[in-house]
Design a protein around this ligand. Structure first.
Ligand code: NAP
Length: 304
């Protein structure tokens, strides 16, 4: 029986684990893959986590993990299959065993969204990718496209521009959502070309991606864009399916919780990208983890 079970080991889960250990709580972190680190691992460069200017996502994740390890946090690699959260003793079933605790922090993060167009599924791993830092090297000196207009699309395009011959940035509007500094860097990059107001209708090829069919959302004009790779960066979906029906969520599935992390179920907290909120950054995820532990410590002291 633990004080706290943390599900997920991205920045929210790792921060919660560090705060839990410092509060002398008995804590276990359940993670699907060893050293998951969450979406940080797919980030080439993080330039807005205070004190770590320009650090790679991998290095920042490693530093956080080392910090948790030094404090003696117990990590278990296991896939959570079911969670019974309503009673005073929470039961989290995994493919290995059942874990019990008085409190559960859900820090399961988010997963990439799909375009849902013809060819996307067929060519995933054959030119369609959702991770530029993982797959970019396969497209050295080739022409590729990035779809999206947020921070991830901008970062992916900048990363790929260093490796590929040409990068087309395809966005459904004529304004990017990405941070101003990233936009500035994109404009300065000679081998990035913008395809404004365009959506992908189809991903075309024989055995791998050969081109994209684009449609201009205003004129309706359709063109074929020859590329060997397409990186889809159109946002994320929360990983909250396991908790559907047990915890109040917004219409897109993000768990509703205040700054204190408390969800609609007593003793259950949400931290990081799974929590409904405006800003989803490493720094806000880390803050969420800390807030959840603070709430748990307060609750435990009230009960004593
Ligand atoms: P995002 O900010 O939600 O942006 C998604 C982009 O994809 C938007 O430009 C959106 O267009 C476009 N889009 C959505 N659905 C689409 C569709 N079906 N077809 C075509 N385009 C579509 O997502 P993100 O870039 O993945 O970032 C996720 C979160 O992580 C954000 O909060 C971001 O700030 C954060 N992040 C932070 C950092 C950092 O701080 N270093 C780095 C990466 C990510 P519209 O603009 O028209 O809606």
């Amino acid at each position: 029986m633990y004080d706290v079970i943390i599900i997920g080991s991205g920045p929210a889960g790792l921060s919660a684990a560090i705060y839990a250990k410092r509060a002398a709580l008995n804590v276990v972190v359940l993670e699907e893959a060893p050293f998951s680190g969450g979406q940080m691992l797919n980030t080439y460069e993080v330039d807005n986590y205070p004190g770590f200017s320009g650090i790679s996502g991998m290095e920042l994740a490693t530093k956080m993990r080392t910090h948790a390890d030094k404090l003696g946090v117990e990590f278990v690699t296991a896939k959570v299959t079911e969670a019974e959260l309503t009673g005073s003793v929470k039961k989290v079933r995994t493919d290995r065993e059942v874990y019990e605790a008085g409190h559960v922090i859900i820090a399961t993060g988010a997963r990439h969204a799909s375009l849902g167009v013809k060819g996307e599924e067929l060519f995933t791993g054959k030119g369609v990718s959702y991770c530029a830092t993982c797959d970019g090297a396969f497209f050295k000196n080739k022409d590729v496209a990035v779809v999206g207009g947020g921070d991830v699309a901008a970062e992916d395009a900048l990363y790929l521009a260093r490796i590929c011959k040409k990068v087309f940035l395809i966005h459904r509007r004529d304004k990017l959502r990405a941070a101003g500094l990233l936009q500035q860097k994109l404009m300065e990059q000679k081998n990035i070309e913008f395809c404004w107001n365009n959506v992908v209708d189809e991903i075309v090829g024989e055995t791998a991606v050969e081109s994209l069919r684009l449609c201009h959302v205003i004129s309706g004009e359709k063109i074929t864009l020859p590329v060997q790779g397409v990186f889809i960066a159109i946002g994320n979906r929360p990983q909250t399916e396991l908790f559907t029906g047990q915890i109040n969520a917004d219409r897109t599935g993000y768990l509703i919780a205040g700054e204190d992390g408390k969800t609609s179920v007593d003793g259950v907290y949400a931290a990081g990208d799974v929590r409904a909120g405006h800003l989803r950054q490493i720094v806000t995820a880390a803050a969420d983890g800390a807030n959840c532990i603070n709430s748990i410590v307060e609750q435990i002291s009230r009960m004593q």
